[in-house]
Design a binder for this molecule. Structure first.
Ligand code: ZN
Length: 161
């Protein structure tokens, strides 16, 4: 059953050229809010892997390497249409996604603080765009509050301390 679900999810995703961004993930069919979109791949490590800008921080001492698969093309948006369920490392839709739309997640839900060399100017074009993406720590207060329900558990722990 799990394998079938995974296949069903992948069937809805493709990789395509996105304006101003390079390659990105796109929906090949409509995706409903709440729907599981993709199981993240990669290896779990206790340290940030070197030379792997696609790696993700998912715990105080836990990192997920790039996978060489679809999830490596998951781009950031300040108003994303997906979020990560960190307990199952699954990407799910937080709003209805139309066929052809880019699949995005807010990197600030994953990274508390992005190293200076990996910070980047956001090209999401949304009204609430933060400009340079440098991690959850540097977001304005209202944006932090808005994102809190989607952040990695280690970020939630830090905020609540
Ligand atoms: Zn943005």
């Amino acid at each position: 059953m799990a394998r079938y679900e995974k296949f069903e999810a992948f069937k809805k995703l493709g990789v395509s050229q996105i304006a101003n961004k390079g390659l990105g993930l796109v929906a090949l069919e409509d995706i409903h809010a709440g729907e599981r979109v993709l199981k993240l791949g990669g290896r779990l490590l206790k340290r940030r892997p070197a030379r792997d800008p696609r790696s993700m921080r998912i715990g105080e001492k836990l990192y997920l390497t790039s996978s060489g698969f679809l999830d490596d093309y998951l781009n950031h948006s300040c108003e994303p249409n997906c979020a990560i369920d960190f307990s199952s490392l699954t990407l799910f839709a937080i709003k209805h996604i139309k066929k052809g739309e880019e699949i995005t997640v807010n990197y600030c839900t994953i990274e508390y603080q992005i190293a200076p060399s990996y910070r980047f100017r956001c090209a999401c074009g949304s009204k609430s765009c933060v400009g340079v993406v440098s991690g959850f720590k540097n977001l304005p207060k209202n944006k932090k509050e808005e994102l809190l329900r989607f952040v990695a558990p280690y970020i939630k722990m830090r905020v609540q301390l």
